[in-house]
Design a protein around this ligand. Structure first.
Ligand code: GRG
Length: 294
């Protein structure tokens, strides 16, 4: 049996070390902006997106080295989205990862800039990755930009702001953009980082479907944790969606149905990836994420 918890932890250490490298004073300078970028990115989070990038690289090339800059870039983009998501004009959350949100610690203006700068620095990091082919860089940059732009988390967040989904199918579209998209970028960047020629369409299609299922289940579980999770473990407030009258997956299904849907999605994800040799971790990871308590 694969020890998912330990492998996730090992990958989180690699992600943290890689981020430290990219956040060295020689690379980004020093000052309040840099402090805010580091505050929001380092020393917290499960590193799910970094882990997926590293593991997909290992699946296709037996090494995670090529994926490390992408793992860092993905966590920068993710941290950026969390900073902006917590702002008073968005979800207005004052706690994140067990500490005051970035805007509470640094003020709104610096938090806004720290988010923007993390996004642009992620692309600097991804485009200057060493030890990968030009074709790898081209595809990875496309995956990152496509999945953060109008058809990715940016567009998904705008749909979320309208709080108007009236069916689960509509909400699923939003979740696909807001949550699955960056997970898809992570899985694809892992594969793309190993490329020596053009990507294989069938592999890209499998990875995309795997990521879509993992992302949808991840968001439903996030909604379940908001309903009945432990704020101390989660490091953020719970009951936020209910308090703010937000539409989420539990607006359309009972908690039991939501858990069953998570299981259905993670079974589908496992089935897609299990045909690849060496996919034990990636097959087991979706089920592990469904059982998380933070
Ligand atoms: C990309 C232009 C552009 C804008 C971004 C603010 C925003 C617009 C999007 C918000 C996206 C968002 C916060 C989606 C929620 C995804 C989610 C379930 C986050 C929680 O992820 P975890 O549990 O967090 O992996 P940790 O802290 O473990 O990293």
């Amino acid at each position: 049996m694969v020890d998912v918890k330990s492998i996730l932890k090992e990958n989180a250490v690699i992600a943290e070390e890689t981020l430290e490298y990219y956040f060295s004073p020689e690379r980004i300078g020093v000052g309040k902006l840099q402090d805010a970028m580091k505050y929001a990115t380092l020393g917290g989070g499960k590193r799910v997106r970094a882990c997926l990038a590293l593991e997909f690289a290992k699946l296709f090339a037996k090494s995670d080295m090529t994926a490390r800059p992408y793992a860092a870039a993905l966590e920068m983009i993710h941290a950026f989205s969390l900073i902006h998501d917590d702002l008073p004009c968005m979800d207005d959350d004052d706690m994140r990862r067990g500490k005051p949100s970035c805007h509470v610690a640094f003020g709104e203006a610096t938090a806004l800039l720290a988010g923007d700068t993390l996004l642009t620095y992620a692309f600097e990091t991804a485009s200057s990755a060493e030890g990968v082919t030009d074709v790898a860089v081209r595809h990875a940059i496309y995956a990152l930009s496509r999945n953060t732009g109008p058809f990715g988390i940016g567009g998904g967040q705008q749909m979320d702001l309208s709080n108007s989904a009236s069916t689960y199918e509509e909400l699923k579209k939003l979740h696909s953009m807001k949550t699955s998209a960056l997970i898809k970028a992570a899985c694809l960047c892992g594969y793309y980082s190993t490329l020596t020629g053009e990507p294989d369409d069938a592999i890209v299609s499998d990875i995309s479907e795997y990521a879509e299922c993992v992302g949808l289940a991840f968001q439903i579980k996030d909604d379940l944790l908001d309903l009945k999770g432990d704020a101390a473990l989660l490091g953020k407030r719970v009951g936020v969606d209910e308090k703010n009258g937000r539409v989420n997956s539990l607006s359309f299904m009972s908690p039991e149905e939501a858990e069953a849907e998570c299981e259905r999605l993670s079974d589908r994800a496992s089935a897609i990836v299990s045909k690849y040799e060496g996919s034990d971790f990636l097959s087991a990871f979706p089920g592990y994420l469904n059982n998380r308590n933070k």
